[in-house]
Design a protein around this ligand. Structure first.
Ligand code: FMN
Length: 368
């Protein structure tokens, strides 16, 4: 039976030049299945094309450079082979009528010397994050103290993102999302819990936002701002992140991103589930809505009624669904029909078993 209470979620949306068929976005999800050379898996075209009924797909986080690597079996977009592997994905998604952005990623301090020829991972400051990394042989080790980037290395970071944006274009992506959340490099610069620099990239909020904004400006210059999104997680504490004033910090960033005219701001601020923002923490998303005139995409714990309500109330234009899309390739159709959802198989999210396909491309579709 059709679910008639989801009119907002199912209405089309014009994102820059792109016509999205609905407001349901597949959130970026690392699946740890990339193959030798950090190439998207041969089954990735199938996996993403299966989910092409999303209004927009955002790819799993994809490294802009070798320096940006922090995990085994994650894809990059800085070599010709990587671009070719992604081209197979974008072709498959487009053939299935979908729209797909690449999420551009530099992990910063959430890494290990093993990925960097024995050199330390880089970060704004020599402050250790919290978390583990998987290295060769699947061994899990805690992250260590990184090396603080010199001021004269900053243009190179911007160049890494600029080149990755060009490569994303070559690979046939419709646009890119800059990964500015979850405790990775750009988030490490922005928040004062991880940035204690004394140069023009640390200290005041405008200084801490400088690198993220330089990156966004460079990427927008390559692709056109309307093909660029930026993801933030103002209250996410993942990887030991914190900030003394998230409302002020992220409102400043959002207002500056607005001046660049980027297409959307993706705000990961969970409203339900285990990660739900505690009642004592002030949500930042409403502040960002006020200063950012492009699309606001909300994420974290949304189901169909919550997503519908957020769009109806004017809090969001788009809703990103993570786990629901992972486990339900035909999520929009299931929501439309009010059909039950598949049960997510958590162990295979990031750790494939002997067969990469399991938990990847074998979630069933509804019978026709
Ligand atoms: C398996 C998995 C991998 C993820 N990888 C990424 C990632 O690569 N980039 C990112 O920004 N967020 C990543 N996330 C976070 C999701 O984008 C999303 O914020 C989270 O799943 C909450 O949304 P949900 O409640 O709809 O699942 C990942 C989440 C999961 C479950």
């Amino acid at each position: 039976m059709a679910n008639t209470d989801l009119n907002h979620l199912f209405s089309p949306y014009q994102l820059g030049e792109l016509s999205l068929r609905n407001r349901m976005v597949m959130a970026p999800m690392t699946r740890s299945r990339a193959v030798e050379g950090n190439l998207a898996h041969p089954l990735a075209p199938t996996y993403y094309a299966q989910r092409a009924s999303a209004g927009l797909i955002i790819s799993e986080a994809t490294q802009v450079s070798q320096q940006g690597v922090g995990y085994i079996r994650t894809p990059g977009i800085h070599s010709a082979d990587q671009i070719a592997a992604w081209r197979r994905v974008t072709d498959a998604v487009h053939q299935a009528g979908g729209v797909i952005f690449a999420q551009l990623w530099h992990v910063g301090r959430i890494s290990h010397p093993e990925f960097h020829g024995g050199e330390l991972p880089v970060a704004p400051s020599a402050l250790k994050g919290v978390g583990d990394v998987f290295i060769a042989g699947g061994r899990r080790v805690p992250v260590g103290v990184p090396r603080a980037l010199r001021t004269d290395e900053m243009p190179d970071i911007v160049d890494q993102f600029r080149a990755a944006a060009r490569n994303a274009d070559l690979a046939g992506f419709d646009g890119v999302e800059i990964h500015g959340s979850s405790g990775y490099l750009l988030d490490q610069f922005l928040r004062d819990g991880s940035n204690i620099r004394t140069d023009q990239y640390g200290g005041s909020i405008p200084n801490r936002a400088r690198l993220p904004l330089e990156v966004a400006a460079a990427v927008a210059a390559v692709l056109g701002a309307r093909r660029v999104g930026y993801r933030v997680g103002p209250n996410l504490t993942l990887h030991g992140m914190h900030d003394s004033d998230p409302v002020a910090t992220f409102t400043y960033l959002a207002a500056q991103l607005d001046k660049l005219g980027i297409a959307y701001l993706h705000v990961a601020e969970p409203v339900a589930g285990e990660e739900k923002l505690p009642a004592t923490v002030e949500p930042v998303a409403p502040h960002l809505r006020r200063v950012f005139s492009g699309a606001i995409m909300l994420n974290g714990g949304y189901d169909a009624p919550l997503g519908e309500a957020a769009i109806k109330a004017g809090q969001a234009d788009l809703i990103a669904y993570g786990v629901p899309f992972l486990a339900n390739p035909d999520l929009p159709e299931r929501l439309r029909r009010g059909a039950p959802l598949n049960t997510p198989d958590y162990p295979s999210f990031y750790q494939p078993g002997p067969d990469d396909a399991v938990g990847y491309i074998d979630y069933p579709f509804l019978p026709r």
